[in-house]
Design a protein around this ligand. Structure first.
Ligand SMILES: [Zn+2]
Length: 416
């Protein structure tokens, strides 16, 4: 009995000391989500930041964390992931959707989640399971319960497409082909949105256009009225609608219907960007997905000239920058390996964005786009203790975000 009591006592002590764990973090530079500071320290108690700034004393009993020549940032946020997918040059999308079981894909996704966290991404917005049902909802639960390591997630579930628009395509119509998202139209959208919410969707992801034009070009799918209906039903549950939209017309409809974010936007121009800005819409350009897929198709980057879609993507990114629309960081990771989320950040710089702005996009801007700005994405008292430390200075050389030294999420050290 005495032994049992002492075991409980030890457990109690260890839990107590764990919850009260104090850290004093310093680095050559501290990026607070908006500005870079060279004289800052951050004090963490339990899972919260209790102070951040210059001239802070080391609290009694605090564990000091410092890496020479490094930069401390808020835990990075991936704005557009697909944890249930992995690179198409390993297994093409059709095969992943049609031949792989949800159980197999979920097993892989646990590794993807871990790789994401270890790359310094302590939060992620996941934009649809592409045929794996609500495996993302379960993944989120397992991470939140501490069963597996991973970023804190906001998940879309199945996502919604207009009948006839989405893939996999090209199979004999005698077979029933499971799609990569849930089809719905007209008034049935009300039921499907509510069903997805009931099954755990944190937001509703819509494909506002798709490559189903007469010549395989991108064309709008849902009408403006359908999008308005989806948005109304989604909003009344306290959630938001986000839209995959590449064409100007689909972006216009999505924005007018109330979408909070636009994904891809390949054919955006300055005028469309301005419309988005007027409506406080955040744009996720997913430039690395286009870059990677084009390379999978044989483009030798740096050797071959830029193909038309890359030329177009660079132009539209510049137009978006010129329009002043808020740009978030989300790469459609899953198309390329989870854990290489930095590829999007590197390309955003290559396409004309300042490295410091890319850091902002991957922290504070993404946090706002997810309505999590009171919890994550910046370093100030009361925020969750989510950090990454990188060797070097990513505000000068964005590729320094590859050099991860340290990751803390919710006050727990995952990489050191
Ligand atoms: Zn996507």
């Amino acid at each position: 009995m005495r032994r049992i009591i002492s075991v409980f006592f030890l457990l109690f002590i260890s839990c107590f000391s764990f919850s009260q764990a104090r850290y004093y973090l310093t680095a050559d530079r501290v990026f607070d989500g908006e500005n870079m500071h060279t004289d800052w320290a951050v004090i963490v108690e339990g899972n919260k930041i209790i102070s951040a700034g210059a001239n802070l004393k080391v609290p009694e009993g605090a564990l000091k964390i410092n890496y020479p020549g490094s930069t401390l940032t808020p835990g990075l946020i991936e704005g557009h992931s697909h944890l249930l997918l992995y690179p198409y040059n390993i297994t093409d999308w059709d095969t992943q959707v049609l031949k792989e079981t949800d159980a197999y894909r979920t097993a892989r996704a646990t590794v993807h989640a871990k790789n994401t966290l270890m790359a310094g991404f302590t939060s992620a917005r996941d934009l649809g399971t592409e045929g794996a049902g609500y495996a993302d909802v379960a993944l989120k639960r397992a991470i939140n319960e501490g069963i597996i390591p991973g970023p804190r997630l906001q998940v879309a579930g199945r996502a919604i497409v207009a009948t006839g628009s989405y893939g996999p395509k090209g199979y004999d119509y005698d077979q029933t082909i499971m799609l990569g998202a849930e089809p719905a139209d007209g008034n049935d959208l009300v039921r499907v949105v509510r069903d997805q919410i009931g099954k755990g969707a944190d937001f509703i992801k819509i494909y506002a256009d798709y490559r189903w034009g007469v010549n395989g070009e991108d064309q709008p799918s849902f009408t403006l009225d359908e999008l308005k209906l989806i948005n109304e039903v989604t909003r009344s549950s306290g959630r938001v609608m986000v839209c995959h939209a590449k064409t100007k017309e689909a972006i216009r409809r999505a924005v007018l219907a109330g979408a909070e974010t636009i994904e891809h936007g390949d054919f955006i121009d300055v005028e469309t960007g301005r419309l988005m800005k007027e409506h406080n819409v955040t744009y996720f350009p997913t430039v690395s997905a286009v870059d990677q897929i084009t390379q999978y198709r044989g483009w030798k980057k740096g050797v071959d000239p830029d193909p038309a879609n890359i030329v177009n993507k660079k132009r539209s990114f510049k137009d978006a920058l010129a329009s002043g629309v808020t740009i978030g960081m989300g790469g459609d990771v899953g198309v390329y390996p989870h854990g290489e989320n930095y590829l999007e950040m590197e390309l955003m710089v290559e396409y004309g964005m300042k490295p410091l702005d890319v850091l902002k996009a991957a922290t504070m801007v993404n946090a706002r786009a997810m309505h999590w700005e009171s919890q994550v994405g910046s370093i100030k008292p009361g925020m969750k203790a989510d950090f990454a430390i990188f060797s070097g200075d990513p505000s000068r050389n964005i590729s320094d975000v590859r050099k991860v030294l340290f990751v803390m999420k919710d006050g727990i050290i995952y990489r050191q």
